[in-house]
Design a protein around this ligand. Structure first.
Ligand SMILES: [Zn+2]
Length: 326
């Protein structure tokens, strides 16, 4: 999918930061090495002069050019060997004076030949994830920090909140681990503070790490952004295209927004278009099906009831709101 221009800008900024850091570290290592082994400074200086000599000889047209070049090359090889030996003898790795690039494949340029390096794609995903974090006002969560101990073990055996939520947690983990474009849509239902946001952010985190594009945000927030883009001053963005086109869309907190005809039609567009395109969506809501019908029409309810896997969150302990509700 296409990312916003700001995302590409940030990736280029990160790449140049990496390059700069690699060269700064190289300069620091030079100072360290030259101080402890002054001969290394001389060898490096001679290597530079030999390199310059080679360049001059290559463009010269003298009769002794071949001989001159051969002599310089031998001199260069001997110096390189001495340099490696000096580094080794002083306990440094042989490549210690080369810039320590984060990605040696492209030397932190993001480009190999005329193609994008693999690190460029990874950075795009990382920056997009950061943008999603900022938008949702939350840090991405992990499954590990989801604590089942806060769910009650009281009730019918096999049906206690602890057991039911253990199954929900296992289902969400499996969903994230095997996410693909054929994954089902999920409708996470249940009262506030039972962990819907936590588990959907944990899914988002893992799915992003696996290389998919994920957009996460409260439905009300997305509606506000789309409304500004459609009617307001901010007509630059194309958030709708991103929402429709990303691999996984997570709409948090459906039902908390101010209900308007625009919100209703937006929800229908998102749900219906993504269904037809076969792109998975996760919807979180505190509403029941009856309340969804009332707020968003039967047409949307029948889509959600018919094409989404219904994941029920249960529990009642108030500590849950503090622990997993975020
Ligand atoms: Zn690279």
């Amino acid at each position: 999918m296409a990312y916003e221009k700001a995302v590409y800008d940030r990736v280029h900024q990160l790449l140049s930061q990496r390059r700069r850091a690699a060269f700064e570290e190289q300069a620091r290592r030079r100072r360290e090495c030259y101080e402890r082994c002054p001969r290394l400074a001389q060898v490096d200086g001679e290597l530079r002069r030999t390199g310059a000599g080679v360049a001059k000889a290559v463009i010269s047209a003298g009769a002794d050019r071949g001989e001159l070049l051969e002599g310089l090359r031998q001199r260069g090889a001997a110096l390189a060997e001495e340099k490696a030996r000096l580094l080794r003898e002083n306990g440094w790795p042989e490549d210690y004076l080369k810039p320590p690039f984060t990605c040696p494949d492209c030397q932190d340029t993001g480009v190999v030949g005329n193609r994008r390096c693999h690190c460029y794609g990874a950075l795009l995903r990382q920056v997009e994830a950061e943008r999603i974090n900022r938008q949702s006002g939350l840090r991405l969560c992990s499954f590990d920090s989801f604590d089942l101990r806060y769910y009650s073990r009281e009730g019918r055996p096999g049906d206690t909140p602890f057991e039911v939520m253990g199954e929900v947690l296992a289902y969400c983990k499996d969903y994230a681990a095997h996410f693909g474009l054929h994954s089902p849509n999920l409708l996470m239902m249940g009262a506030t503070g039972l962990g819907k946001t936590h588990l959907s952010l944990a899914i988002a985190s893992q799915v992003i790490q696996r290389g998919f594009s994920v957009l996460y945000g409260s439905f009300g927030n997305f509606v506000a952004i789309l409304e500004r883009e459609k009617f307001g001053a901010d007509r630059q963005g194309d958030t709708l295209a991103s929402l429709l086109g990303c691999d996984l869309l997570i709409l948090d907190d459906l039902g908390s927004e101010f209900s308007t005809p625009f919100a209703v039609s937006t929800l229908y567009t998102l749900v219906n278009t993504r269904l037809s395109a076969g792109r998975p969506t996760i919807v979180n809501t505190n509403l029941t099906f009856a309340e969804i019908s009332q707020a968003y029409t039967d047409r949307i309810t029948s889509r959600l009831a018919g094409s989404y896997v219904d994941v029920r969150f249960v529990g009642s302990d108030v500590r849950l709101a503090m622990k997993n509700g975020l």
